[in-house]
Design a protein around this ligand. Structure first.
Ligand SMILES: [Zn+2]
Ligand SMILES: [Zn+2]
Length: 872
């Protein structure tokens, strides 16, 4: 057998195996394979991103599933890719331009895009390397990027088809506009500046309204109050005639939850043409849009006598006019944050302009049906409610964004005749008048391209072999926070464009928090860096921790260093167990074992392994990652290492029979080898490293079969018998420790089995003796001797003689002293908890803690008293 180092060093093992697997092509799927397909598309991380805990959890779970299915004989494909992250790239480049003393508007669109691509080529691949570090077995030959050529074509095709179906249209939407730069600004390009202003209370008939922008009064088309505000309830639904600077105007009063009843008078004027919130309120209540300020920052013709005036000049003027007419209630000084252009600091003017929309309502109806009929399953099931709620209340989706980095809208405008043409190919002249065309300057919302991800990555709109084989994908694993943004859109677009659901299952994973339950954020300084953790404690330990934390039904999981260290210890335990097995394989020949009968322990560990396999499969099939992980942990640590290894060592040292020896070796090797395959999806690296040193079939554990175990592997008789042995040995060990028997001392133990059990217990007496370091006698009519401790395990009475192994007098004195101390503690705690003022005033958790301490001391005292009694 190959030499095995004393200590497991993940940093030496992990990169070696990962590149080996990748080079051998194990990650690459073949659409022509006769195996049943199993496919996953990765939620594409931002190309600007670096691996954080959320990615680590999400991708570990996907890797567990894909490795499990690959081993289990499926044609497994995991498609990787990154998202172009429109806004994030703009932010990065803008920062660079800032340092260079320029702006993107100055360098222009083409040069900007060249810079963006250069940035992407040079710095955009960081997260890919980090996913490899995590062990993600993605098919890297199929790596996609949401702006790559194929996806560009898919996006255009989707846009054109939706447009042809009448589902894409243009409509008014409110945007941020800089009247000086003459450009639309994204929300990120609007800076907030504290400025002094006047808060003007205007009389609106029976109501009073506070505003900092009195000039927009000319564009008011409604008044809004909160639906639960009793003060104004009687006005809701009414149309009020209101004296104004332009004579009398009629204005409707609506109730809308967007109004803050505690701000100002609790009444707001609704100016849908010049305020984003008002625009939304206007949409909800069908209020008309009146644009009184133009793109040049001057009042429009709709402003009547103020037309042509600068917006701020108009503000001063209108206040004067209202004062004259007695329409001002009062004016208060007010300091507030004003949105200004990030370039020229001009106050941004929200203006209504034409944007592109998808009418998602008919798509949503189909997507709701798909989940209701269980064609697409949302797991955990509770999230279906959120999905239905979102889908049933869905509103038109505004898909145009005023950015440059992204999918440019495939629409061309003719300024001569005002026509708009949507096309799969670039257009140069107007089909209507032959005049010049200009392409729409906007790009698509990044969710539009990621909404096509499950089929665009497989080659759509071409009918590729990949698409035929792997669509619909088997499962999507993603965070619950993007159920509406992303999952819902993939469902709608997949059903519409592909005629089938994008995935059979959606598993929504939890979000990660720190040990105190706080959401991780850089400002809180509680960010766990996956790369640092993997470097320090090993990738396998980190992955296993994440799997144990993925408890279904729990929304947020907590991670701490101690937990990961615990699973690093688990990896070390496995390594040491493997060393022990390997050290005992001298002369092993599986054929020799055929002449021997397996012992009860052999039969027991095989039966337990079978149960573990069934449980792991069942849990993984139901996305209960934590249950699968803890089943393996329990088996490997507490059954295989704690018991079977001890038993096997003893039989190997004691037997001279080559067949019996070979049988033990066979059980050791086979159990360990099978467990490694079971554990591989969770801990890919250490399992491969050990597996290669054990007798095995095939070139790599990664492509070895995932263990199977039918009910036939269950051996109830062996399990019952071993449970009895474990129970008795544990009882003797507990007594030894409580009575402070030296670990080296051999104790005399008498076992009094229950009626009918005598032969069975007698058969295991020597095993029990060896494991408990005891000279065991089985006597069905035994009676408890003096100076002996007693316990009952599985119907067998256990007498442990303490004579000769314990200094009885000294031990009696020690126990008496300990009891005295326990009594003192108990008295103190009972007194404290008996005081009504303590119980009433102390925080509940403090009282609870004291109660726990009392219970603990009482148990200790009971045990001490029993030990004292045992000494006789
Ligand atoms: Zn500006
Ligand atoms: Zn034209």
């Amino acid at each position: 057998m190959a030499e095995i180092p004393d200590r497991y060093d993940p940093s030496a093992v992990e990169p070696r195996w990962y590149s080996e697997w990748e080079q051998r092509g194990y990650f690459t799927a073949d659409p022509a394979s006769p195996k049943k397909p199993f496919s996953i598309v990765i939620p594409p991380p931002n190309v600007t991103g670096t691996l954080h805990l959320g990615h680590a959890l999400n991708n570990t779970l996907q890797d567990i599933l894909i490795r499990y299915k690959r081993m289990d004989g499926w044609n497994a494909l995991w498609v990787p890719g990154t998202d172009h992250a429109g806004i994030a790239v703009h932010v990065i480049l803008d920062r660079q331009f800032d340092a260079e003393g320029t702006t993107r508007h100055e360098i222009g669109r083409e040069a900007f895009l060249a810079r963006a691509w250069k940035w992407k080529e040079e710095s955009g691949g960081t997260i890919i390397g980090q996913l490899k570090r995590l062990g993600a077995s993605c098919d890297w030959t199929r790596l996609r990027f949401t702006l790559d050529e194929g996806l560009m074509r898919a996006v255009r095709e989707a846009f054109v088809r939706l447009h042809e179906a009448g589902l894409i249209y243009r409509d008014d939407y409110i945007v941020n506009w800089c009247p000086r730069c003459q450009t639309v600004l994204s929300d990120l390009e609007v800076e907030r500046e504290e400025r002094d202003a006047e808060f003007v209370y205007i009389k609106y008939g029976p109501l009073t309204i506070g505003t900092v922008r009195p000039e927009t009064k000319l564009g008011d088309t409604g008044i809004a109050v909160h639906p639960r505000d009793r003060r104004y309830r009687k006005y809701v639904g009414q149309t009020l005639e209101i004296p104004s600077v332009q004579g009398s105007i009629s204005i409707k009063v609506v109730a809308d939850a967007a109004v803050d009843p505690k701000f100002g008078t609790g009444v707001i004027k609704v100016t849908p043409g010049h305020d984003p919130v008002d625009f939304e309120i206007g949409r909800r209540h069908n209020l008309p849009v009146r644009s009184v300020i133009g793109f040049d920052g001057r009042m429009t013709a709709l402003a009547g006598k103020y037309a042509g005036m600068d917006r701020f000049e108009c503000r001063a003027r209108i206040v004067e006019d209202m004062k004259t007419l007695g329409l001002i209630d009062r004016i208060e000084p007010y300091r507030h944050a004003v949105g200004v252009c990030y370039r020229c600091k001009t106050v941004v003017e929200p203006l209504v302009s034409k944007q592109w929309y998808v009418n998602v309502k008919p798509l949503a109806e189909v997507a709701v049906k798909a989940v209701r009929s269980r064609r697409m399953r949302i797991i955990p099931r509770g999230w279906s409610k959120t999905y239905f709620h979102w889908m049933n209340n869905i509103r038109p989706w505004c898909i145009s964004r005023q950015l440059w980095w992204g999918h440019r809208i495939p629409a061309w405008h003719c300024d001569a005749d005002g026509s708009v043409h949507v096309s799969r190919t670039d257009l140069s002249s107007c089909p209507q008048c032959g005049g010049r065309l200009r392409q729409d300057p906007d790009v698509l919302d990044t969710w539009f391209s990621s909404g096509l991800w499950p089929f665009s990555t497989l080659g759509w709109p071409d009918e590729t072999a990949d698409l035929k084989t792997f669509y619909p994908t088997s499962v999507l694993v993603t965070g619950y926070d993007i159920l509406s943004f992303w999952v819902a859109r993939m469902a709608m677009l997949g059903l519409h464009l592909m005629g089938d659901v994008p995935f059979r299952d959606v598993y929504l994973n939890t979000l990660v928090r720190d040990a105190e339950g706080q959401k991780m954020s850089k400002s809180k300084g509680n960010v766990v860096d996956p790369l640092e953790v993997m470097g320090r404690l090993g990738t396998d330990a980190f992955r296993f921790t994440l799997a144990t934390l993925a408890v279904s039904g729990v929304r947020d999981i907590r991670i701490s260093d101690e937990r990961i260290e615990g699973y690093r210890n688990f990896a070390n335990k496995l390594w040491n167990a493997a060393r022990l097995v390997l050290a005992n394989l001298d002369g092993y020949d599986a054929r020799t074992a055929r002449k021997a009968t397996p012992s009860v322990a052999d039969r027991w560990i095989r039966s337990r392994l079978g149960t573990t396999i069934r449980s792991v499969r069942k849990s993984l099939d139901a996305y209960r990652f934590n249950d699968a992980a803890s089943a393996i942990y329990q088996f490997l640590w507490h059954e295989f290492c704690d018991w079977y290894l001890e038993i096997a060592k003893r039989s190997l040292y004691q037997t001279d029979d080559p067949a019996a020896r070979a049988m033990t070796q066979k059980t050791l090797v086979e159990t360990l080898e099978t467990t490694l395959r079971l554990l591989h999806p969770f801990m890919p690296f250490i399992t491969e490293e050990i597996w290669q040193r054990l007798p095995h079939a095939g070139p790599s554990i990664m492509i070895a079969p995932f263990p199977k175990a039918g009910r036939a592997t269950q051996d109830a008789a062996a399990e019952t018998e071993m449970e009895a042995v474990i129970g008795i040995v544990s009882a003797i060990r507990a007594i030894r420790s409580e009575s402070r028997v030296s670990p080296a001392a051999l104790v005399g133990v008498t076992l009094k089995p229950a009626a009918g059990d005598a032969a069975r217990v007698a058969a295991q007496a020597s095993l029990i003796g060896a494991l408990a370091r005891a000279a065991v006698t089985v006597a069905p009519d035994a009676e408890r001797a003096p100076h002996s401790a007693v316990a009952v395990a599985g119907g067998t009475e256990v007498y442990v003689s303490l004579e000769g192994v314990v200094d009885l007098a000294a031990e009696r004195a020690r126990l008496a002293k300990e009891i005295e101390r326990a009594d003192k503690d108990i008295g103190f705690l009972r007194g404290k908890l008996g005081r009504p003022d303590f119980v009433a005033r102390a925080p509940a958790d403090v009282v609870e803690k004291e109660r726990g301490r009392l219970a603990e001391q009482e148990t200790i005292r009971e045990k001490l008293a029993a030990s004292l009694l045992a000494l006789g």
